[in-house]
Write a protein that binds this ligand. Structure first.
Ligand code: G6P
Length: 613
């Protein structure tokens, strides 16, 4: 989703802004632009398409040199991708103000009408241009005020969500930044400072940063950063330090970030699990999941979007079977608007890699308002969800750059296994010996994932064989169904091959009519008590001409003669099978996308961090 970067310092801002924009590419975007100060005023260069297109345009414009500027990658919401709708947007007839924005201004049409009455002419269909003109309008009427004061006034008139970067011709060294419900950080350098949507855009220049909170406004100058609250009072902000290296956000020799991140999964799972297992016992950091709370929990709500939702579905199954507490999984955007029944003794687990997903954040706030305890399972440290939840369980997967999550998802599963075991312990359903053997099995999981990653050749062969199928079906029951949903999502999001996941027993209630000669069906069967049932479903599809790839365990002794290929998982606790079965299916999606020459790390229309509703 939209990315913001800004720089003010001593060096030429342009290469720094461009590097920042490239590092924000992974968030997903369809156009890009920059605004810098030149002798002739604020110069804006922007274009639909990739940042490489912007580079070309900048080259034609003579690569304007400046020590301060703002940049933006846009993911279209109001108005399609076009040069005119790209950010930055200029405010006022003389273009004295430039604005970049991430989020949605809900009352922009009303404001636009009012501003048009005052003679403002709009060049784009965006909500953002309204902000630029509004700031210009307010600033003109309040000549004595500085830009930050004007921005504060403008914000009080805006409804919706935003992270904003604003520059004005009045001070060519200053950037004013603001946020509400959209991430924005300020990178602190020596004689230079930056604003950015996330750490990846600043890490090549500084590791120190502050996080802007909702309704705060920052004045960013080369020598200092001052943050104000809504009342205009100065706020003392804690300085944070980035905990990972630049190399973690680089490809490290792999063709794509996605492949690198798939390969990093043993480490991501190990880092999530190991610090929380000491001497064979589960030890949580202070995240509020006390034994008392877990004993008294009446209902668990898992709330998430996308792959995190699928992780939540695996979690639901493990939590219910181990902890015997009713657990429901909700799509965050649905949870918000279905008048959910949430009680004070409920535990609400919000799962999010980025920690910035707008719907997940809003759903979490709703659960909090109903009095539930909220636990965030989040990867990005100090992200909005992590900071606003009552307790946090970080997944230590490290920075994830590919839009399609892999290691983030696997680390979420590991965190959920820990929560399930903690619940079972607190409720007296697991004794110390069982805890020790559970921990032992969990500690072995990274090695089993590693084993799954060794046989890339088979998957590569399958991908080349099936790359031209127009549709693929994934089947499974229980845990395997949850894993099938994630496997199917991986394939369709990066390779654009239509794919559906079905609860294996449900297929015959309609979708089986789509099975014909040569249809590829990927069947998952990792739960012993369901083997026979899934075998019957495999027969149903092979009888209709489907070609089946079966993902199963070493124990599976059913008849596999009808399957084209059988991928076996190394021995593991059945409960952890979803962590292993997904590995070849992530690789399958990856290699199909590569075969089809897709932009694996940045699939069309998708964003890594979805910060709008
Ligand atoms: C986007 C991404 C998905 C991700 C989902 C939830 O749609 O493309 O890969 O699963 O958001 O993101 P979160 O950061 O909350 O896990």
């Amino acid at each position: 989703m939209c990315g913001i970067v800004g720089f003010t310092g001593q060096e030429n801002a342009l290469p720094i802004l461009m590097k920042g924009l490239y590092s924000l590419e992974y968030r997903g975007y369809d156009s890009a632009g920059i605004a810098v100060f030149t002798d002739d005023g604020l110069q804006v260069v922007k274009t639909k398409g990739r940042i490489a297109n912007l580079e070309e345009k900048l080259h034609e414009a003579g690569n304007p040199s400046s020590t301060c500027g703002i940049g933006h990658t846009r993911w279209a919401t109001h108005g399609g991708p076009s040069d005119r709708n790209s950010h930055p947007h200029l405010g006022g007839r003389d273009g004295k103000v430039a604005v970049v924005h991430n989020g949605i201004i809900e009352n922009y049409l009303f404001l636009r009408e009012q501003l048009e009455k005052h003679g403002y002419e709009f060049q784009s269909e965006t909500d953002t241009e309204t902000v630029a003109h509004l700031i210009d309008f307010l600033h003109k009427g309040r000549q004595q005020e500085d830009l930050a004061q004007t921005v504060l006034t403008a914000l009080s008139l805006l409804r919706g969500s935003y992270a904003l970067g604003v520059v004005s011709m009045e001070d060519s060294r200053e950037i004013v930044a603001a946020r509400r419900d959209n991430p924005l950080i300020i990178g602190l350098g020596e004689g230079e400072n930056m604003i950015a949507s996330d750490i990846t855009a600043i890490i090549s220049r500084t590791r120190r940063y502050i996080i802007l909170d909702d309704n705060e406004v920052a004045v960013v100058r080369p020598e200092r950063v001052t943050v104000y609250n809504q009342l205009g009072d100065v706020v003392d902000k804690p300085v944070q330090e980035v905990s990972w290296d630049l190399s973690a956000a680089e490809k490290g020799g792999y063709a794509h970030f996605m492949l690198k991140e798939i390969m990093e999964q043993p480490r991501a799972v190990a880092d999530t699990v190991r610090p929380r297992i000491q001497d064979g016992r589960i030890v949580f950091e202070d995240n509020g999941l006390t034994d008392e709370r877990l004993r008294e929990t009446e209902h668990i709500h898992i709330i998430a979007c996308g792959s995190a939702l699928h992780a939540g579905m695996v979690g639901q199954s493990v939590i219910e079977s181990m902890g015997r507490v009713r657990c429901s999984v909700s799509v965050a955007s649905e949870f918000r608007y279905t008048d959910p029944i949430v009680k004070e003794k409920d535990l609400c687990i919000v799962i999010s890699q980025s920690g910035e997903t707008a719907d997940s954040l809003a759903a979490m706030r709703q659960a909090q308002a109903e009095g539930a305890f909220t636990l965030a399972i989040v990867n990005v440290v100090s992200s909005s969800i992590a900071r606003q939840a009552d307790g946090v369980l970080y997944t230590w997967a490290g920075p994830e750059i590919a839009v399609a999550t892999t290691k983030g998802y696997s680390a979420q599963l590991a965190a959920l296994y820990l929560v399930a075991a903690k619940l079972a312990l607190a409720r007296g359903l697991m004794d110390e010996a069982e805890e020790r053997s559970f921990c032992e099995a969990l500690l072995e999981l990274p090695e089993s994932i590693h084993k799954m990653l060794e046989d890339v050749g088979t998957v590569q062969y399958l991908a080349s064989k099936y790359t031209n199928r127009s549709s693929v079906f994934y089947l499974g029951r229980g845990l395997d169904y949850a894993a099938a949903l994630e496997a199917s999502l991986k394939l369709k999001e990066i390779s654009y091959v239509h794919s559906e996941a079905y609860a294996a027993g449900e297929l015959k209630h309609g979708t089986i009519s789509l099975i014909e000669d040569g249809t590829l069906v990927v069947a998952l069967a990792t739960q012993k008590r369901l083997f026979e049932k899934t075998v019957s479903n495999i027969r149903e599809v092979t009888a209709r001409g489907a070609e089946v790839i079966l993902v199963t365990t070493e124990d599976f002794d059913g008849d596999v003669s009808a399957c084209r290929c059988v991928i076996r998982l190394p021995a593991c606790l059945e409960r952890f099978a979803a962590s292993l079965s997904i590995i070849p299916l992530q690789l399958f999606a990856y290699y199909v996308a590569v075969e089809r020459s897709c932009d694996v790390d940045k699939p069309r229309n998708l964003a890594k961090s979805v910060t709008v509703e």
